[in-house]
Design a protein around this ligand. Structure first.
Ligand SMILES: [Zn+2]
Length: 175
């Protein structure tokens, strides 16, 4: 049965197959066809995924180089605050001609379908333990309440009382 080539990242390469040295470039913008990622953060279904792709015809197949720009959303792993962060990933994959070489991807009916490598590149680059900010103090282990920089004092250095006195002194002196 022939595969239907109607996916948004299923690109027709008929004009460059078996023509080593030929190259095509495309800028694509698609909505993510599903939720990508299973952890605390993911690329939501419908999120805009921009892909700059270069297709190079080489002897063994089509060499695909892609730059991906999107955004992941979810929650901070420490304080559970909602977060949304830009995500940039790139990959290079050879889509071999059938029977030419053992690769993960093949040119099929003069098409290269980038959906799987794009999804894999994104999912693999999602942070396993996302944080809203590098020094997020997280939740109070006793009350479960969200700590702020001020209430998170147990994790920061105690202020030396002598320095505190000096701070009072300097901040009073604005004459
Ligand atoms: Zn946080």
């Amino acid at each position: 049965m022939r595969k239907r080539h109607n996916g948004p990242l299923d690109l027709n390469v008929r004009d460059i197959v078996h023509r080593p040295g030929e190259m095509r470039e495309h800028s694509l913008e698609i909505p993510a066809p599903g939720k990508w990622g299973e952890g605390l953060v993911s690329v939501a279904e419908g999120e805009t995924v921009a892909v700059d792709v270069r297709l190079e015809s080489v002897h063994e197949g089509i060499l695909v180089t892609a730059d991906i720009d999107t955004q992941y959303t979810g929650v901070c792993g420490r304080c559970l605050r909602d977060i949304a962060e830009p995500l940039q990933v790139e990959f290079q994959e050879l889509f071999a001609y059938p029977g030419m070489e053992a690769t993960d991807f093949e040119v099929q009916d003069d098409h290269v379908d980038l959906e799987t490598p794009v999804r894999d590149a994104i999912v693999l680059s999602l942070p396993f333990q996302p944080v809203c900010q590098p020094d997020c103090p997280g939740l109070d282990p006793v009350t479960g309440e969200r700590l702020t920089e001020k209430t998170g004092s147990e994790q920061s250095e105690p202020l030396d009382p002598r320095w505190a006195a000096l701070q009072d002194y300097t901040s009073d002196r604005d004459d």
